[in-house]
Design a protein around this ligand. Structure first.
Ligand code: HEM
Length: 715
């Protein structure tokens, strides 16, 4: 083990900027500043103007406890009473203020995407989109502050991070022309084609209304009842059942705008686009057993990973890219309806062209003020970016502001610090709950003469947002969709055919679990009917697991060209921020060299030892394999005593979950004791930690040892 005790803050997760003393402090002092990895919203005014005020200006200040109105207090531990044993007096304003405020600390959680975590960052534009959009923040070299919130969809605010679910990926760009929100998901398609079905899909997927279970998961009757009857959900459900439904890290997820957007250039020319976020660390998922373990051992797994990585300086990055399509009258591309949000355009047909780089470089300084109060909206657009007639998108344009009025207690939530635009605001919206702007003038209406006719409307040359004057199709008023929307299976089949063998095994196992958790046989049978329309092998595997006959397809199975871009297997990725556990069963052993070698590769070494001590970050009591991308076993336990069961669990799970394992100095014996075959793929044995690490690092580039999975079906 290293003899050096890590400095405060060297291992991410320190709760405050300086370590606390053991004894209760006796001298007052100003509140501590935020930690170096944290940032607060810009201190712009409620109407979007730079104030120049430091972030501390909106934090608490002064050394002494005060009331909300700034009066110093001398006691906050005792109510004001008529004698030490007497009744509490109604006149105790401090008691009533303290309790009243506490009683109202909670606000309604989001109706969907309630659980989330977020970070501040910057978006730097490459300028490559400048030829198709006049959006100023997409001009070359422009740097735009951003706030990004990742979320699960189904669970409540306190639910676990690693549940099988879609993940939200919402980005607020504070551009000079106003706020642009790209409110996407980590899955490029959606369950429904029309927003009017959103309450249906969410009611079906949320916990059942009688017992309010299960929490944060789709493995229940109402969800499968809906998606097997409403088969336009098939493709999204398949993504959910794939490894994409359980990301390894928020830093390793793709993001998608889902809908087709319309970009508008300086001359008014239009191009249809789909937005993609591509993680620099590659797309990587948990295996199902890891997801389940993490939900119990560390329900904050993703939240912690994101915050720790940013704190450690491993700032996650994504490239923003666009697939571009000509803005034709039919809004189709190679037979794919661009207005149907249940369809992708394979990247092989329309490559994703990079247009900028997102870097998340700071954690929020206050979860409630920032992550909870941030309010995204698909309708927050800037000149150069316009919407299309996608009926899902159109409903979203109504829904977000509507829900935020309830969630954030009135119409003035754009004035909350995290939501404030960095562009000047000169609206005619007035008053309302929690108004913090102090508007001047007497004429918030147009036309007026009393305020000199102001505010004036801007022309295109003054940077106005002007909706692109695209033709509206001549038609009749109907509640209907285009015929192309009826194809619910061909792209699900395309996805299935694009998966590698272990990915297909994972998908089949996920359907077997989820349908297996349904109570009603009819729903399981209906689920199999849907699977038969995706693929016979998938259907038969799940049918066998459910103990039911596999039905025949009811549609002709498509024969699409597979899209390799959909698979996570077959590429290599940078190692930055990957976590290597160095297991030291012998408390006296020095692993400083191995630790330094891990750091030199820009990875994070965590030393795991039987008990705590100098240079130890995890003990057998606190370590589980889920946390590590690879393990180095620096020896085996000595003596005749049985090997600690927790150590065997750690190593055995790492082996089963396809993680790279390196053993040296007799670590082979530990591998064998944990049931790992030393001849198996991705198990390295050598003489020195640094030597073994080199080979382990090579394996880490492909995220997992995929070849090991077929030896462990069902993991
Ligand atoms: C492509 C389809 C959709 C995507 C990608 C999507 C994405 C998201 C994301 C990422 C969030 C979380 C925002 C945050 O972090 O605060 C969210 C919230 C929400 N979404 Fe959607 N959504 C979709 C469809 C819809 C539809 C069709 C509706 C309703 C018609 C809807 C209603 C909502 C509501 C009400 C919230 C909560 C907003 C809040 O309380 O601030 N979404 N959605």
């Amino acid at each position: 083990m290293t003899s050096k005790e890590p400095q405060h803050g060297e291992i991410p997760g320190a709760p405050a900027a300086v370590p606390p003393p053991v004894d209760e402090p006796t001298e007052p002092r100003e509140p501590l500043p935020p930690k170096p990895d944290q940032r607060a919203p810009e201190t712009v005014s409620p109407t979007g103007q730079a104030t120049g005020a430091p972030p501390a200006a909106v934090a608490q200040s002064g050394a002494y406890l005060t009331t909300a109105h700034g009066t110093r207090l001398h006691d906050t531990d005792h109510s004001l009473k008529a004698g030490p044993r007497g009744p509490v007096l109604l006149q105790d304003h401090h008691l009533r203020e303290k309790i009243t405020h506490f009683d109202h600390e909670r606000i309604p959680e989001r109706v969907v995407h309630a659980r989330g975590s977020a970070a501040h960052g910057v978006f730097e534009s490459y300028g490559t989109a400048a030829r198709i959009t006049r959006a100023a923040f997409l001009a070359e070299g422009v740097r735009t502050p951003v706030f990004v919130r990742f979320s699960t969809v189904l669970g409540s605010r306190g639910s676990a991070d690693t549940v099988r679910d879609t993940r939200g990926f919402a980005t607020k760009f504070y551009t000079d022309e106003g706020v642009f929100d790209l409110v996407g998901n980590n899955i490029p398609v959606f369950f429904i084609q029309d927003a009017i079905k959103f309450p249906d899909v969410v009611h079906a997927a949320k916990p059942q209304p009688d017992r309010e279970i299960p929490q944060a998961q789709s493995a229940h009757d109402t969800f499968w009842d809906f998606v097997t009857l409403h088969t336009e959900a098939t493709f999204h459900t398949l993504w959910n059942m794939s490894d994409r439904g359980i990301p390894r890290s928020l830093r390793m997820m793709e993001g998608f705008g889902v809908h087709t957007f319309r970009l508008v250039d300086a001359e008014g020319g239009t191009t249809l686009v789909k937005f993609h976020w591509k993680p620099k660390l590659g797309v990587h998922s948990l295996v199902w057993e890891e997801a389940q373990i993490a939900a119990g051992v560390d329900p904050d797994f993703h939240r912690r990973d994101l915050a720790d990585a940013i704190e450690a300086g491993a700032h996650p990055q994504w490239e923003l890219g666009v697939q571009t399509f000509p803005d034709t009258e039919d809004q189709m591309f190679q037979g794919i309806d661009l207005l149907d949000p249940t369809k992708i355009v394979p990247e092989e047909l329309a490559p994703v062209q990079p247009i900028g780089l997102l870097t998340l470089d700071a954690n929020p300084s206050n979860f409630f003020a920032e992550t909870e109060q941030v309010a995204f909206h698909v309708g927050h657009l800037v000149p150069g970016i316009d919407v299309t007639n996608d009926a899902l998108m159109q409903g979203r344009l109504f829904s977000y502001v509507d829900t935020q009025i309830t969630r954030l207690g009135g119409p003035n939530f754009p004035q909350l610090p995290i939501n404030r635009t960095h562009a000047p605001v000169n609206d005619m919206l007035r008053d309302g709950m929690h108004q913090t702007a102090v508007h001047r003038g007497v004429a918030p209406y147009r036309p007026n003469s009393l305020d000199g006719g102001c505010p004036f409307v801007a022309g295109a040359g003054d940077g106005a947002y002007i909706e692109s004057p695209v033709p509206v199709p001549e038609s009749r008023k109907v509640r209907d969709a285009a015929a192309s929307f009826d194809d619910h299976f061909s792209q699900a089949r395309l996805f299935w055919l694009s998966m590698s063998e272990p990915e297909r095994e994972h998908i089949a196992a996920a359907y077997s679990f989820e349908l297996g958790k349904c109570y009603e046989k009819a729903i399981k049978e209906r689920g199999l009917r849907v699977l038969a329309n995706i693929d016979g092998e998938l259907c038969r595997t799940v049918a066998e697991a459910l103990g039911l006959p596999a039905p025949e397809p009811t549609v002709e199975l498509a024969d699409p060209q597979p899209s390799p871009a959909l698979s996570q297997v077959g590429r290599t990725w940078p190692l930055d921020g990957r976590i290597v556990g160095i297991v030291v069963p012998d408390a006296g052993k020095d692993v400083a060299d191995a630790r330094q070698a891990v750091l030199d590769m820009d990875m994070v070494p965590l030393v795991v030892a039987p008990t705590g001590g100098d240079g130890v970050q995890r003990t057998y009591a606190t370590a589980r394999s889920i946390e590590f991308d690879a393990l180095l076993l620096a020896g085996s336990p000595s003596g005749d005593a049985p090997v600690d069961a927790r150590l065997l669990t750690l190593v055995g799970e790492a082996y089963r979950h396809g993680k790279a394992l390196g053993a040296y100095d007799g670590g082979d014996a530990l591998l064998a004791a944990a049931g790992a075959q030393t001849s198996s793929a991705g198990v390295i044995s050598g003489d020195s930690g640094t030597g073994v690490l080199g080979q382990v690092a090579e394996l880490l580039g492909s995220h997992r040892v995929w070849d090991r999975f077929s030896a462990h079906p069902g993991v």
